[in-house]
Design a protein around this ligand. Structure first.
Ligand SMILES: O=C1O[C@H](COP(=O)(O)O)[C@@H](O)[C@H](O)[C@H]1O
Length: 258
């Protein structure tokens, strides 16, 4: 049974659907995912899906129930991770383990179409290896490149957001948020444990054909309000060709993050 949002907002080209509870989010997410699966499978013979870790995996549970469990063409799915902790695949912190235990082990996606990181490598090595894997999949026709940006296009990214506003392993204010060239990069000082991770970069996230950002619970409410605040303050609307410099004293700057 489909669930109806209690409210719809828009922020630029983004649509924001607000549901009564997490159960309704999960129902609606399953419907959207199965519809996109059918569309891409019919159009292109495959469906490339990117998972995150965290609470997202539990929110996918309705896909494991009727009618989706038997109607989705799981054999056409190719599964990737937007970020991964550089730990063994059987470690409790592994995003692969989370997804395998909670979702992937319960649906018949061919194991050769589930692209986990090489957990025997360093963070840098695992990021290089995962990027090479994606480039190989471009060569074999599983992934396509954007003709405008040259980055790979995934059909659907299923993403979450942490209470601090991080998505994938891209943390607010971290230099990795500015990466413009790499497809996959790594972090060894993640503010959220575990510290060593790999992550897709923003150009790859931005090249995605569809993104479902799934956020549930009170913990993320502050970050959601900040991300979706309706109006820019006038000072944020200034856009000049030359330099625009803010002069603040320490008191005025006291609520900025370090
Ligand atoms: O560390 C991570 O956190 C984010 C958010 O997780 P959530 O439990 O607050 O939903 C997750 O999207 C990311 O994949 C993961 O590595």
């Amino acid at each position: 049974m489909a669930s109806t949002p209690i409210k719809k907002l828009s922020k630029g080209i983004q649509e924001v659907l607000i549901f009564n509870n997490e159960e309704d989010v999960s129902v609606s997410l399953a419907k959207l995912t199965s519809e996109l699966s059918e569309k891409y499978t019919n159009d292109k013979g495959k469906f490339t899906v990117v998972l995150s870790g965290g609470t997202l995996i539990d929110s996918l549970r309705k896909l494991l129930e009727a009618p989706y469990k038997d109607s989705v063409n799981w054999a056409k799915w190719h599964v990737f991770w937007v970020d991964e902790r550089v730990v063994p695949k059987n470690h409790p912190d592994s995003n692969y383990k989370l997804a395998y235990d909670g979702f992937l082990s319960k649906v018949p996606i061919p194991s050769g179409q589930v692209y986990a990181i090489n957990d025997s490598l360093s963070a840098e090595g695992a990021a290089d290896d995962y990027e090479a894997c994606l480039k190989h999949l471009v060569n074999t026709g599983v992934l396509e490149l954007s003709t405008t940006t040259g980055f790979p296009i995934f059909d659907l990214m299923l993403l979450g957001m942490g209470p601090d506003g991080h998505m994938a392993s891209l943390f607010p204010g971290h230099p990795l948020c500015q990466e413009k060239h790499r497809w996959v990069t790594y972090i060894t000082n993640s503010p959220k444990p575990p510290p060593v991770r790999i992550t897709f970069t923003f150009p790859v996230i931005n090249a995605s054909a569809n993104i479902a950002l799934v956020i549930t619970g009170h913990g993320e409410a502050g970050a959601v309000a900040k991300a979706l605040r309706p109006d820019l303050m006038p000072v944020e609307m200034v856009s000049i060709g030359g330099e625009f410099t803010w002069f603040l004293d320490k008191d005025a700057a006291s609520k900025l993050p370090n």
